[in-house]
Design a protein around this ligand. Structure first.
Ligand code: COA
Length: 325
């Protein structure tokens, strides 16, 4: 039991919206195919001057404002991304500088679409040990910059964006395990044997290029449903709750069919699943905190609710966290 509390959230999306019909002018696809196979209707795409760091900074500012805090109150920044502004330094340090804070470490976590779960669990663990008091946990991506825009099997699936939460050290007087707010349980997994099903065919040490995203979609789909159902069961068991106690599932937004199949396997009704894939498409590490912020700001997720975060991504990596708000 680690128990850090989410005290604020924020998100940011690029201004430009690209519809399925616009993509159908570039590659051999259609609005009907994309909606039927994925649930995606549109995505936001970063324009000139918009980068992973600028989106992350905007989301972080919104999260700080939501929490009623200042940048100086933060002493840890963990940023999940697979599309950093530069190979180094970490995009987290750019965000730290843009926010104007200097307390404590700032680093990136690379777990692709599961990045937010990895970042949240890392920050939660550091807060629980007393290494820091208040963290910004950010997922931010500009996947549009690593897509092969001629490959219809991948370019229609992704979008850009950022989401952030402010995480505070556990409250010893009102711990999550006794019904207070906080992280109740988290599990992370990885299986490097599945590298070739979802990867980028470039990198500084291998090709000295940035590369493009490559994916065997149907195989990823099958693994996603199996791995996500299994990690959700583990976390439910670790937290000693039952699936029916969960108020909201905030899943990684890859494909509406994966969301539906995973929830169905656990017997969780569709109304409890937060869905943003129709508007944002797959924003990788940003998708979970983005969806969480949308559902908090529109009043669905409230204080006291039990919220499950879950994601799977390239590696493969996957994980889930159960949090009492
Ligand atoms: N527009 C139109 N047709 C397309 C298309 C597109 N954008 N992309 C693929 N097709 C075609 C295929 O070529 C194939 O044609 P064929 O039958 O003539 O060979 C047909 O549509 C079916 O393709 P298939 O790949 O079997 O479809 P699918 O139902 O599995 O859906 C995905 C494809 C990618 C949407 C789906 O597999 C998926 O979402 N996978 C998981 C991806 C994911 O979640 N990735 C991120 C994890 S973090």
């Amino acid at each position: 039991m680690t128990g850090s509390r989410i005290v604020g959230s924020g998100s940011a999306l690029p201004q430009r919206i690209v519809t399925n019909n616009e993509l159908a002018e570039r590659v051999d696809t259609s609005d009907e195919w994309i909606i039927e196979r994925t649930g995606i209707r549109q995505r936001h795409i970063a324009g000139a001057g918009e980068t992973t760091a600028t989106l992350a900074t905007a989301a972080a500012r919104a999260a700080l404002a939501d929490a009623g805090l200042k940048a100086g109150d933060i002493d840890l920044i963990v940023l999940a991304t697979a599309t950093p502004d530069n190979t180094f330094p970490a995009t987290a340090t750019k965000v730290q500088h843009a926010l104007g804070c200097k307390n404590g470490p700032a680093f990136d976590v690379g777990a692709v679409c599961s990045g937010f779960l990895y970042a949240l669990t890392t920050a939660d663990s550091l807060l629980a040990t007393g290494s820091a008091n208040r963290a910004l946990v950010i997922g931010a991506e500009t996947f549009s910059r690593i897509l092969d825009w001629e490959d219809r099997t991948t370019c229609v699936l992704f979008g850009d964006g950022a989401g952030a939460v402010v995480l505070e050290a556990p409250d010893a007087a009102n711990p999550a395990k006794a019904g207070g707010p906080g992280v109740l349980a988290s599990r992370l997994h990885a299986d490097g044997a599945q590298h070739d099903l979802l990867y980028v065919d470039g990198g500084p040490s291998s090709t000295q290029t940035v590369g493009h995203l490559r994916m065997k979609g149907p195989e990823v789909f099958r693994h996603a449903v199996v791995n996500l159902s299994s990690v959700l069961k583990e976390v439910i068991e670790d937290a000693d709750v039952s699936a029916s106690d969960i108020d909201w599932i905030v899943p990684h937004q890859a494909n509406k069919r994966i969301l539906d199949a995973t929830a169905r396997k656990l017997g969780i009704p569709d109304e409890k699943v937060v869905v943003t894939v129709d508007k944002h498409a797959n924003t990788s590490a940003a998708s979970v905190p983005l969806a969480f912020d949308v559902a908090r700001k529109d009043g669905r997720i409230k204080a006291g609710d039990l919220v499950m975060f879950e994601a799977m991504g390239g590696g493969f990596t996957w994980g889930a966290s159960l949090v009492r708000m």
